[in-house]
Design a protein around this ligand. Structure first.
Ligand SMILES: Cc1ncc(COP(=O)(O)O)cc1O
Length: 391
């Protein structure tokens, strides 16, 4: 039986994931580990499949945004260390204890309450990474005094183990390195304050993809590799520098569901915003904004058919789009590439992000449960996972 009934799918090249891990492995110090960031369901690529491939390829831990995402990894049989990067409500700490998930903390009160809950539950201790805010302005302690207060709370919490300390950079992907250097300096000062107070540092980490590319010497115990794992550069500026070779892992493909040639002028889609001229070939494709294919690509985006770029014409609908094909040989069932390569042509996530007015991170994260994922390994299909029908 066909694993999915609509011929529109995400294709994830696990060989690219593996190659991207290897590229960073060569770029960072030997003593620095790789924490693969698979939050947001692997930036839309599938957290379990990407996490497993990253671990097979040299990553030694995984990171997610929330505890629920970590539960999915454990339920899939992943036993590697998993860190929750975001805030976890204290009433969820037993789950982290049961599954051996590390959490992020930056409040002494939270630490005291978490310790009490784990003790009351008779559960096993959990690892805690302290988050420092050196200039991201999001989560974390900001001063040495706050940091030492949190450390002391941890030291008085027998059911919590201090296993890490980290910070997150706000501008590491920019050409001007003033802000990122200031953040790193602040992070170093916080680490120095801990040493001066006689503390033994746990795992230290600060680099996201951008900082790992530009400042591999700041790798410390591990980098937190997100967008680069998926073969995308954090910014157009870093893509130009290309110090690390990356291979995009994601493609989005579909098949033509209808083809017609305009006998006379013919309007296309809602709002009749496009009028096909006589003789133009218009194809309908089964994908729309309800799949996470942005409506702002209406009359702006392109697709690849028979190795040629064809424009999206008319408004993107909830479930379908129309394109003007440049080859009259088009027929129902022909494969069309919406994101990715075909021959020498490519529609990159960077291009789509530019058209949509966002960053490349958001484009794959928008792709949702309606799209099955076809995983390829060693050049052939290794598995199909359909979020809509498979739990
Ligand atoms: C705390 C934290 N750490 C790391 C990442 C990964 O960033 P990139 O995708 O830019 O590598 C995200 C994040 O929120």
């Amino acid at each position: 039986m066909k694993p999915f009934c609509r011929d529109t799918w995400v294709e994830v090249d696990l060989d690219a994931i593996s190659a991207n891990v290897a590229s960073f492995r060569r770029h960072i110090p030997e003593t620095t580990g790789i924490m693969a960031v698979v939050k947001a369901d692997g930036y839309g690529h599938g957290a379990v499949h990407v996490g497993q491939e990253a671990l097979r390829s040299g990553a030694d831990s995984l990171a997610v945004a929330m505890l629920d995402e970590a539960v999915v990894l454990r339920e899939a049989g992943i036993t590697a260390p998993v860190l929750v990067l975001g805030y976890t409500p204290v009433d969820s700490v037993e789950t982290a204890s049961r599954l051996g998930i590390e959490l992020t903390a930056y409040h002494a009160d939270w630490i005291i309450q978490a310790n009490e809950r784990i003790e009351q539950a008779g559960a096993k201790p959990i690892g805690i990474h302290i988050k420092t805010d050196t200039g991201m302005g999001r989560l974390g302690v900001r001063t040495a005094e706050e940091l030492l207060h949190v450390v002391r709370a941890l030291e008085q919490s027998p059911f919590l183990d201090w296993t890490g300390i980290f910070t997150h950079f706000a501008c590491a992907d920019e050409e001007d390195t003033t802000h990122v250097r200031r953040q790193h300096q602040q992070f170093q000062e916080l680490l120095a304050a801990l040493r001066e107070a006689g503390k033994t540092l746990p795992r230290v980490h600060c680099c996201n993809t951008a900082a790992a590319i530009v400042f591999p010497e700041w790798g410390y115990d591990t980098i937190r590799l997100g967008i680069g794992l998926y073969g995308l550069y954090p910014s157009p500026f870093l893509k130009q520098r290309a110090q690390v070779k990356l291979v995009p892992a994601l493609s989005l493909k579909t098949r033509i569901s209808h083809v017609k040639t305009a006998a006379e002028a013919m309007t296309v889609s809602y709002g009749a915003t496009y009028t096909a001229k006589p003789g133009e070939t218009i194809a309908t494709l089964p994908i729309g904004y309800a799949d996470g294919f942005s409506r702002s690509l209406s009359n702006r985006g392109f697709v690849l058919h028979e190795g040629r770029r064809s424009p999206i014409v008319g408004r993107v609908c909830m479930d379908q789009i129309m394109v003007r094909l440049n080859g009259a040989s088009a027929k129902v069932g022909d494969e069309v590439v919406l994101y990715g390569r075909l021959g020498t042509e490519e529609i990159s996530l960077d291009e789509v992000a530019e058209l949509v007015g966002t960053i490349n991170y958001e484009i794959p994260c928008m792709l949702n449960y309606r799209l099955p994922r076809v995983y390829r390994k060693d050049g052939k299909v290794s598995e199909v996972f359909h979020p809509l029908t498979m739990t």
